[in-house]
Design a protein around this ligand. Structure first.
Ligand SMILES: *[C@@H]1O[C@H](CO)[C@@H](O)[C@H](O)[C@H]1NC(C)=O
Ligand SMILES: *[C@@H]1O[C@H](CO)[C@@H](O)[C@H](O)[C@H]1NC(C)=O
Ligand SMILES: *[C@@H]1O[C@H](CO)[C@@H](O)[C@H](O)[C@H]1NC(C)=O
Ligand SMILES: *[C@@H]1O[C@H](CO)[C@@H](O)[C@H](O)[C@H]1NC(C)=O
Ligand SMILES: *[C@@H]1O[C@H](CO)[C@@H](O)[C@H](O)[C@H]1NC(C)=O
Ligand SMILES: *[C@@H]1O[C@H](CO)[C@@H](O)[C@H](O)[C@H]1NC(C)=O
Ligand SMILES: *[C@H]1O[C@@H](CO)[C@H](O)[C@@H](O)[C@@H]1NC(C)=O
Length: 594
């Protein structure tokens, strides 16, 4: 299986993307764009009466430094990401007037490196009767003639959801600032057998079928069950519903934000959806439900025009997830510049809405991730886009650290609030591994709560404790625990937020996911964690399980001196064969307007 690589082949070089950014978007004097320097800029400290023990503190220190976010207000789903003529575009659900959801527009930013972003005017605003209640989520497609098109959901005043189209007003504008909604809108009305007109949204990017016609899927409730409805069009403007859905399931009632794409097993290259998928390609259907993003791997039966999953799991708790933490409404796109598929996902706040009002902002996008299918076509793998590494500085590295039971190694020499850490754990012995119980798969969060970082196991828990206060009263633990199943090893990865902050009233689950691992062959269990103030984004086993989390430690504000440790609380000794960490520079995210 020499063609099966753990990571995509491409390794773009760094350093230059930021320079290119400066060339394309030279700094203007109007860095604040006419917005007054409001209280937002001040380090606000609010005391809440409900907290007797600890004062609730809301600080600008929670604002992320290199995750995507607007300057202020509410954001949710990523929309219509695309690469077009040298520029990456990201649109996103945005309430221009408030820090709570509502009045959704498509805000718009552009980048040349996926890291530094310049904001533009909104691409879509609520201007028509059919989108009076909001321009909701959707996708961009690069059509055959090279022109991009947006399909989005318009919500009207009487609870109809309909799919609408928009085209760039001026194709000579390199940033595609203005978009036009043609009179033919809405192009897909919420009518048809079995359809619930207020559960019909989030059109996918179009893909070309063997008959040359375009196809899209739309998330829907069909006869009371969840479906990805299939539509066909010759010209992308006139659409017909295919009688049967692309895929449907009785295990839930509605799917949001479907995403459908082809991938070659074990190949890190992405595939262009406007071209027929090569033979041997598999297809992936991702859907959003239960506050998380789940997916199925299968084949696209072209004769029946249907997605057929390789495995049908009736219990949706068992469906694999894009991310086992705080991550929703993801959307992927084919990056023609580097021939890869990239996925964006939304991460909400997990503080209170009064905290959000005090901060003046709510919501970020997770780091864009390269996404590909493993050799066995069993699961998706994800890794932060290589461009993220351009933010690294002051790297440190250690080898061969022995961590016995109770071992704690402080990682010093990097910024602990903005860091990128890569660590490989290697078990010294494999004889004390605890047995696996498949029933844990039904509720991995429950299992992570039960076996937290202080519960000694055979092999594990071992991992990182980040954003920790001096006495460890506050810390976020990201850790692994190895189990032996009948013919394989199962690794549990947890991200435990229960001690992430002393502040009361926060949402602090213990996230968790399992992955299979060939421990005898691979030996090293890797963890990469991106720490960005209130974001802790982790990639276990080379991207097999990803966990995005939001944390609001008081430590971050009070002494600014958060600590970071590698630890082992398992009975068996583990060796940290390699540990690398970097401070992460602040990216230029929407601070200026083009
Ligand atoms: C939506 O906008 C209207 C005014 O256009 C405003 O009255 C209302 O409060 C806004 N709603 C939200 C949730 O922002
Ligand atoms: C279209 O964009 C180009 C490049 O930015 C600009 O020179 C031109 O004036 C624009 N045309 C219109 C009609 O706005
Ligand atoms: C359609 O969906 C809405 C929102 O979930 C629900 O309230 C309504 O009962 C559904 N209508 C039908 C006919 O099932
Ligand atoms: C869903 O349930 C209905 C009615 O019980 C059944 O006819 C249909 O085949 C089921 N569909 C799927 C995808 O299981
Ligand atoms: C991956 O697929 C592309 C076609 O999309 C092909 O050109 C390339 O050789 C493949 N790479 C490997 C390592 O198989
Ligand atoms: C390791 O276990 C001990 C004892 O159970 C506990 O006090 C300590 O907090 C644990 N370490 C971490 C990093 O959780
Ligand atoms: C994000 O916030 C947490 C805590 O309030 C909720 O439990 C999640 O349901 C929510 N996620 C989404 C997708 O809305």
């Amino acid at each position: 299986m020499s063609h099966c690589l753990p990571f995509p082949m491409f390794h773009p070089r760094h350093g230059w993307p930021f320079l290119l950014f400066l060339v394309l978007f030279p700094f203007e004097s109007s860095l604040l764009c006419g917005h007054p320097r409001t209280a937002e800029a001040a380090n606000r400290v609010l005391l809440y009466p409900q907290s007797a023990k600890v004062s609730s503190i809301v600080s600008k220190n929670y604002r992320t430094a290199y995750h995507f976010q607007p300057r202020k207000n509410w954001i949710n789903d990523p929309n219509g990401p695309m690469y077009y003529k040298g520029v990456y575009h990201l649109f996103y659900q945005y309430n221009p007037g408030s820090v709570i959801p509502g009045n959704k527009t498509w805000a718009h930013s552009v980048s040349t490196d996926l890291i530094n972003w310049v904001r533009l005017q909104p691409a879509l605003e609520r201007t028509e009767p059919y989108d009076a209640k909001g321009c909701w989520s959707g996708s961009a497609t690069i059509l055959g003639d090279g022109q991009p098109a947006i399909l989005y959901t318009g919500a009207d005043d009487v609870k109809n959801q309909a799919q609408c189209i928009a085209f760039p007003s001026n194709l000579s504008d390199p940033y595609l600032r203005e978009w036009t909604k043609p009179d033919s809108n809405p192009v897909i009305r919420p009518v048809g057998p079995g359809l619930n007109r207020s559960q019909f949204r989030d059109p996918t990017t179009g893909w070309a079928g063997p008959d040359g016609q375009w196809r899209i899927a739309v998330g829907a409730e069909l006869n009371g069950y969840s479906a990805a409805l299939l539509y066909k069009s010759q010209d992308f403007v006139h659409w017909n519903r295919v009688e049967h859905p692309l895929y449907s399931s009785n295990s839930s009632t509605m799917w949001e934000c479907p995403d459908f794409f082809a991938a070659i097993p074990g190949n890190g290259s992405g595939l262009d959806p406007s071209m027929a998928a090569p033979s041997g390609a598999k297809h992936v259907l991702k859907v959003s439900l239960d506050s998380c993003d789940k997916y199925m791997v299968g084949v696209y039966d072209l004769k029946r025009d249907e997605f057929v999953p390789d495995t049908v799991l009736d219990d949706r708790r068992l469906w694999p997830r894009i991310d086992y933490g705080n991550y929703y409404a993801s959307k992927s796109f084919f990056d023609a510049k580097k021939g890869r598929r990239i996925i964006w996902g939304w991460t909400n706040e997990s503080d209170s809405s009064s905290d959000d009002s005090a901060k003046g902002w709510a919501g970020i996008q997770a780091i864009p991730r390269t996404i590909w299918l493993d050799c066995q076509s069993k699961q998706l793998l994800q890794w932060p886009v290589a461009e993220v590494e351009s933010l690294r500085r002051n790297g440190i590295s250690h080898q061969g650290i022995e961590l016995e039971k109770g071992g704690l190694f402080e990682i010093k020499g990097t910024d602990t609030l903005q860091a990128d850490v890569e660590i490989d754990f290697e078990p010294e012995a494999m004889d004390s591994i605890d047995p696996f119980d498949p029933s844990w798969l039904m509720d991995t969060e429950k299992h992570c709560r039960k076996v937290d970082a202080s519960v000694h196991g055979g092999l594990g828990p071992f991992g990182l404790a980040v954003l920790a206060s001096a006495n460890m009263e506050e810390h976020t633990a990201v850790h692994f625990r190895v189990y032996k199943a009948e013919h394989k090893y199962m690794i549990l990865m947890c991200c435990d937020l229960r001690r992430s902050s002393l502040r009361p009233g926060l949402y602090t689950p213990a996230y968790g996911g399992f992955f299979e691992f060939d421990l005898e062959e691979e030996r090293k269990i890797s963890l990469r964690t991106l720490i960005d103030r209130s974001a802790v984004e982790s990639f276990g086993g080379g991207g097999k399980v990803c966990i995005m989390a939001r944390v609001y430690p008081a430590t971050l504000i009070e002494d600014g001196g958060a600590r970071m440790y590698a630890f082992n609380n398992g009975t068996s000794t583990v060796k940290v064969s390699q540990l690398k960490a970097w401070s992460m520079r602040r990216a230029h995210v929407n601070v200026k307007k083009a």
